[in-house]
Design a protein around this ligand. Sequence first.
Ligand code: SAM
Ligand code: SF4
Ligand code: SF4
Length: 333
Amino acid sequence: MIKDTLGRELHDLRISVTDRCNFRCSFCMPEGEEYEFFRREEILSFEEITKFVMAIIPLGVKKVRLTGGEPLLRRNLERLIAYLSELPLEDLSLTTNGFLLKEKAKLLKEAGLKRVTVSLHSLKDEVFSRLVGRKVKVYQIIEGIEESLKVGLTPVKVNVCVIRGINHTEIVDIARFFKSMGVVVRFIEFMDVGNINGWSLEKVYSAREMLELLSKRFELEPVEKSYRGEVADRYRYKDDGVEVGFISSITQPFCGDCNRLRLTADGKVLTCLFAQDCYDVKGLIRGSASDEEIREFISKIWAWRSDRYSEQRLEFLENGIMPRKVEMFRVGG
Ligand code: SAM
Ligand code: SF4
Ligand code: SF4
């Protein structure tokens, strides 16, 4: 076990397998911007990613989540999943926009993936299409969720990024819809990730407001966090036991328990979603460093870590100095 300067242990690893995406969500990768995506030779191979994960498991990593960009765009992703599923991890999951999920769910399950989280921000085709920057029928994503339930990629969770004035009026409908499917929804406060997503405090619909809204319609009871560092505040509907959660990164930051390391597709390590600095590990992996050397490098980075951006955000805003951050589609959420 290793601890950072604030006593936080490393527990979770998020791996972005590509920075490319078939959506252009306004809150993540707005349309009209020019993006330079990584070239093929720049991104880590599946063998390289697996080597990295194997090397750092002894430091305390128990959970791995694959993300992106859109992870299902990475060709033969199931090969990486098969490699990782052989490792002594408690959890192996994937976050996806769900567009390709219907056709891939079975393959992912067979490769050893445990569960999926699908991002779906509206039940209305028009609103959803506007948010994700292309014409998409919501039922296509729902079909992916249904297929995931069918093949056992469970518990299936749905991430909803809530933006005031855009989709906050759908919170009750979305909650009711997924409650009836037995799918856990996580309502996420709109975050100021990256530098180009048009974020402002006024557009944040707070987790407290969401909870108040849902409590008027459903009988809810709080659920204990299942481990230190779990980011969602969890609740259960009293009538059927289905869970719903809120992620309040803006209004009630949880940096004090943050135990995540992030690996980008091009082999950089970040210790915070809002980090300005990243550390190259591709050189180490490609330069045939031993597991021990990789482990030592990450131990040092973690030991120096003092990130708590979400707790400092208001201070930065008040002082008008906003540090330049890594874009969300590069870090993967
Ligand atoms: N493309 C995949 C997806 O959308 O699920 C995985 C990568 S995406 C960057 C990971 C998660 O971050 C998604 O659930 C997405 O909704 C969420 N996200 C992206 N931008 C966000 C923002 N500005 N505020 C809150 N959540 C955001
Ligand atoms: Fe793509 Fe996911 Fe970002 Fe949307 S949130 S643009 S689907 S990476
Ligand atoms: Fe962790 Fe950084 Fe988010 Fe705080 S702001 S919870 S340190 S990722």
